[in-house]
Design a protein around this ligand. Structure first.
Ligand code: SF4
Length: 332
């Protein structure tokens, strides 16, 4: 594993059995042979439609979804773990070092607990402090970093706006001083004006606490302004992965291009150029043969229907999984 990476996955798959005695048994492959490297200190984005497997991928990296095959390794310079084989004290330590920020700040916070108790709970459950004073000191410290007033700590969640509640959720996720944070659609439920405030907070906390984020989103404009690197997922696989600027300036995969062309533009010349993405994402229990995108791709050929393309890195950090990307680029 490279010293620059916090996480590396190799052919990582996550499958769930479905069906039973009445219905035919099959396996829902939510994540299918994903190989990715997440550099330390990066803001790494994963985008895709609903059902693309991005949330399950994030959960597998948090050890909250079972790794069916392949591997995922974590190395923050102090500890290194094979995530598929964590147990005992290592699992407990990894739970401290890897945390999740939830999507919905309204559902994530217990209405019966004060903000102080909500933020303190992970410290108490994990036994990370020796006294109540130590817990209170740590809660005050993280509340300050998350721009919450000390007076807020005595109140209950219903007294706060959506943006303030998300700051409480972030404080709770970061109170154990993690190194790796999965932010799963963490601004999707907020008004646009509040989204920018929370994204700026996540950025400043990244610098202050040395965090690495896996930022899962369906919102390409948010990802474009926040992430250093973006991976595009479709039906549990990576279709394209590149540094953010490179991906947005020169997308190569037909799926990435279709997603990007759906971003609304203020330029009148761009209107009408949107490449419509026809049809629905297929069921992960009944995956297409060959290229997973061929049922919706306007450029599909017999080879696409027959042979599965592999992720090919063609320039620094930019990889694409398509048989025809070079040919299509020349035709553009
Ligand atoms: Fe489309 Fe074929 Fe490329 Fe798949 S491999 S994205 S079907 S052109």
């Amino acid at each position: 594993m490279s010293n620059d990476n916090l996480i590396e996955t190799q052919d990582l798959s996550v499958g769930f059995p479905v069906g039973g005695k009445i219905f035919n048994k099959s396996t829902l492959m939510a994540v299918n042979e994903v190989s990715l490297s997440i550099p330390r200190g990066s803001f790494f984005g994963v985008v895709g439609e609903s059902g693309s497997g991005k949330t399950t991928f994030g959960r597998a990296l948090l050890n909250a979804a079972p790794i069916t095959s392949g591997s995922a390794h974590y190395d923050d310079g102090e500890v290194n773990y094979n995530l598929g084989k964590l147990a005992g004290a290592d699992l407990k330590e990894y739970r401290r070092r890897a945390q999740l920020i939830f999507q919905d700040p309204y559902a994530a916070l217990s209405p019966r607990m004060t903000v102080r108790d909500i933020i303190a709970e992970p410290l108490e459950v994990m036994g990370l402090c020796n006294s109540r004073d130590e817990v209170d000191e740590r809660v005050r410290e993280i509340a300050g970093l998350c721009r919450l007033n000390l007076e807020h700590l005595r109140r209950f969640p219903h007294a706060f706006s959506g943006g303030q509640r998300q700051r409480i959720s972030i404080a709770r996720a970061l109170v154990s001083k993690p190194r790796f944070v999965v932010a799963d659609e963490s601004v999707a439920a907020l008004d646009v004006s509040i989204q920018a405030d929370i994204l700026n907070l996540l950025k400043s906390l990244q610098d202050e606490m040395g965090l690495t984020y896996l930022f899962i989103s369906h919102d390409l404009s948010v990802v474009a302004h926040t992430c250093d690197h973006v991976a595009v997922m479709y039906l549990g696989q990576i279709m394209e992965s590149a540094p953010t600027r490179q991906l947005f300036q020169s997308p190569r995969h037909p799926y990435t291009k279709a997603l990007f062309s759906a971003i609304p533009s203020l330029d009148p010349d761009d209107r009408g150029k949107a490449q419509k993405l026809e049809g629905e994402i297929p069921s992960p229990t009944n995956r297409p043969s060959g290229c997973q995108f061929h049922t919706r791709c306007p450029f599909a050929t017999d080879q696409c229907r027959r042979e599965e393309p592999h992720l090919e890195t063609f320039e620094a950090g930019h990889a694409v999984s398509c048989h025809r990307w070079r040919e299509l680029e020349m035709a553009d």
